[in-house]
Structures are given as C-alpha cells and as structure tokens.
Design a protein around this ligand. Sequence first.
Ligand SMILES: CC(C)(COP(=O)(O)OP(=O)(O)OC[C@H]1O[C@@H](n2cnc3c(N)ncnc32)[C@H](O)[C@@H]1OP(=O)(O)O)[C@@H](O)C(=O)NCCC(=O)NCCS
Length: 171
Amino acid sequence: MRLVRLAEPSHKQGRKAFRCGKSQLDDWLANRAGQYRRNDLAQTFLLIDDDQEPPKVAGFYALSSASIHPNDWPEDLRGPRGKNHPLPVILLGQLAVDQAYAGRGHASDLLVDAMHRAVLISEQIGTTALIVDALDRNAARFYEHHDFQQLPGHSLRLLRPLKSIRELMKL
Ligand SMILES: CC(C)(COP(=O)(O)OP(=O)(O)OC[C@H]1O[C@@H](n2cnc3c(N)ncnc32)[C@H](O)[C@@H]1OP(=O)(O)O)[C@@H](O)C(=O)NCCC(=O)NCCS
C-alpha cells in the first residue's frame, strides 16, 4: 500500500471503482475530487493497493482550510476561546475506506496521516485544530474513538486541537 496525492488523471479507474458504502463519498471521489483539486478547494490523498491490476483505491481523505467561530470551540477543551475573530482550522472533509479493505486499520492509518500532515501545515501557516464533518452518528463515533470532540450544538462536526495532535505525534 502507498499513499499518493491525487494528481489527475491518475487512478481514474480505481476512483470510479471505489465503494465505501456511502454513495455520496464514492461519487465525490469519482467525480468531484479532481475538480476540487483544480479549483484549490481540497487536496485528496489516495491509499493505493498496487498488488491489484489495475491498482485499487483502498481509501482516501481530503483536506481544505476552514475557520470556526470561537464560541464553537468545545467548552471542556483547553484552547483559544474568548477571542472575537474566526479561528483558522484544517477541515478533513472526507475520509473513507473501500468495503473490501474495511476493518483492517486503514481508516486509522489515514486519519493518523491526516493528523501528521496537519502538524506539518501548522508549521507553515497558523491553524488551531483539525475538524471533521461526519456524515452520520456512526461516522462521528469513529472520530470520537480517535479523541475528536463534538462542537457545541453541532453533533456531526468534531474537532481535535493541534496541541493535542502534536502531543500524540510527539512533535
Ligand atoms: C468509518 C470508516 C472510515 C471506518 O473504516 P475501517 O476500515 O472499518 O476502520 P479501521 O479498521 O481503521 O478502524 C480503526 C479503529 O476505529 C474503530 N472504528 C471503526 N469504525 C468505527 C465506528 N463507526 N465507531 C467507532 N469506532 C470505530 C475500530 O474499532 C478500530 O478501533 P481499534 O484501533 O481501537 O481496534 C469506514 O467504515 C467507512 O469508510 N465508512 C463509510 C464512509 C464514512 O462514513 N466515513 C466517515 C467520514 S464522513
């Protein structure tokens, strides 16, 4: 397995064959990820299984920049509350694993890679947290399992502070 950044027209067949069980995410990877890259809206990273011919996309995630209102910072987390300006964050917009590869730790590996990348980005441009918009409560539980916390009043938007990610990565 190797992780590559999407650069069209790479892995088009693999992207079209991707099935994670959520058609919105399959469709986004097949038809929108390239557009998002061309328009600088999101960068997508693909986990490729080169043992298959043609190579299969086993999983993917996508990152964008975003901001949140300071009042949306979870109350029980240390953080930059009380400021009036929007807080810069990195948005993990999509993360999914093909059903043929599910349950083998690939989603955790992708999330760890996204968190590592967030730390590298935070060394170039200020950012306070990695946030995610989960598709449903079941997906939200996957992120809670990885120490993300709900934003107050947003049951499907979760956050993990950059400080906590750095501690995890020992960076
Ligand atoms: C959610 C999803 C990414 C999990 O993929 P996966 O391959 O089953 O996950 P992994 O094998 O990497 O699981 C890693 C860990 O997370 C846990 N986990 C996986 N899914 C979970 C869930 N829905 N709720 C709670 N924990 C979960 C596993 O038990 C495992 O825990 P452990 O390391 O302590 O043993 C996958 O089911 C998927 O792609 N679903 C469809 C798309 C989706 O909903 N994406 C979420 C983003 S919106």
